[in-house]
Design a protein around this ligand. Sequence first.
Ligand code: DQQ
Length: 576
Amino acid sequence: MAMNTVLWLIGLFCSVLFVSHGVEASHLYYRNLQSLQSTSIPKNQPYRTGYHFQPSKNWMNDPNGPMVYKGIYHLMYQWNPLGVVWGNIVWAHATSTDLVNWIHHKHAIVTSEPFDIKGVWSGSTTFVNGKPIIQYTGIIESNQWNYQVQNMAVPKNLSDPYLVEWDKPAKWNPIMKPTDGVNASAFRDPTTAWKGPDGRWRTIIGSKIDRKGMAIMYRSKDFIHWIKARKPLHSARNTGMWECPDFFPVALKGMNGVDTSAMGPLVKHVMKVSLDDTRHEYYTVGTYDHVKDRYIPDQGSIESDTGLRYDYGKFYASKTFFDHEKNRRVLWGWINESSTVEEDTKKGWSGLQAVPRTLWLDRSGKQLMQWPVREINSLRAKRAILPSQVLKRGSVIKISGITASQADVDVHFELPKLADAEIMDPSWVNPQLLCSAKPASAKGKLGPFGLLVLASKKFEEQTAIFFRVYNNHGKYVVVMCSDQSRSSLEESNDKTTYGAFVNVDPYHDKLSLRSLIDHSIVESFGVGGKACITARVYPKLAVGGGAQLYVFNNGTQNVKISSLKAWSMKKAHIKY
Ligand code: DQQ
């Protein structure tokens, strides 16, 4: 039996084991692998990234407690110091002055006390009177599997901008226990807290009762003693366990972020949850009724992973923080591998963080917009420009002169003859299925047009990110696809195609596409950040100098490139 089949069976066995105990694991447990360091990590690492955040080795998952303190950005994250699969988790800690280059410090939080002896899981930072306080989930020793409580950690030395030392006050921890009928194995991931007009702090914890996902709310006067609210801030039927909830205000107008405690007529609120069952996230935009302490999503919101998502590809356990120094809200999200555990073991690492994104409310008030933080532009090096031109039907144009395996490309299209769009089939309600049924190779009328990235010289390998435009009873529907089906000659990887409808009127607006290409990751931002799709790919031929970049049009109608710029990207410095 092949090694990966064996590992898969072990994984399956483990999940079955936990389900039979009535407990759902948030990650697959590979008990026999979690402390098995990869021996002889290969020097040749074609899939390690140049400018995405990743640890030196081993497994990484959720971003934890991000913040900016005294001009220094902090990113902590769930890390396994001993293996390439989930397990032995600590809070690894890195800091940066620009969100691009990072220096690691000693682990911020590790298991040590009765209140976290079995695990230090995800959590967030809140500024309380200017002082950062972390709240995180501890796993305690118990007959019950994965018994979860919430703890706090405070900096030992507030004059150290790197906040290297953290204290977990035994006097106060745990600060929240799963009392009152709360499911102890479904009680985790405290959010950044906010202060209500009554001066009391509020925080929420992800949970569920049967299949009803919920955000349990706690209140506190002093940030030490917390009292559970009778009702959750919000819940939704049939969504399963809510991991890593995030709840924050966004300004009604403009791109600036606002403090997590901001409320009133100038803001809307956003609730994001990560669904353990599907490993997808969704968010809604709505109103926070601070008198009743309830969140009410706007009418028409879809509360499942068919609703709005930050990212329609790989992106999970995300978390925002308010960057008070630059007045923006910044989003971090974990991107896992699409390769087998066997491959991860060979390369010696697993998991990346997406490039941090600035996030704000779209002018429509109905959805969020996202864009890579502007600091990423500082890595732009050699530039290639394609002059404005018609991209004829059936054409493929090469973009030369840059490092196509580590690049940033931004293209804007104009559509001269919208009337020729294909008629939308009313059964196409799921964009991902539509994109899978119509890959880049399937000719259309207005589209597919977009980028071919990480393409090999003879196109045996290629990842295509593209648009198709349809006519739906006189209204235009735009779908954005990321087609990984031909991304690698290697068969064992997950090559799922992703798709998203983009809420845009191509009659008035240009269809733009920016892709951050980084060896094994392609992060794409459609129409200024209205729809984002992140994919992991593992080409065999399109690596290093073997990778090519193209713009293509496989529709029967010409489209116009109004501008195309691409840059080689320099390497970010990450010190371990
Ligand atoms: N990962 C953490 C949990 C969280 C999950 C454990 C989400 O706290 O629910 O590593 O990926």
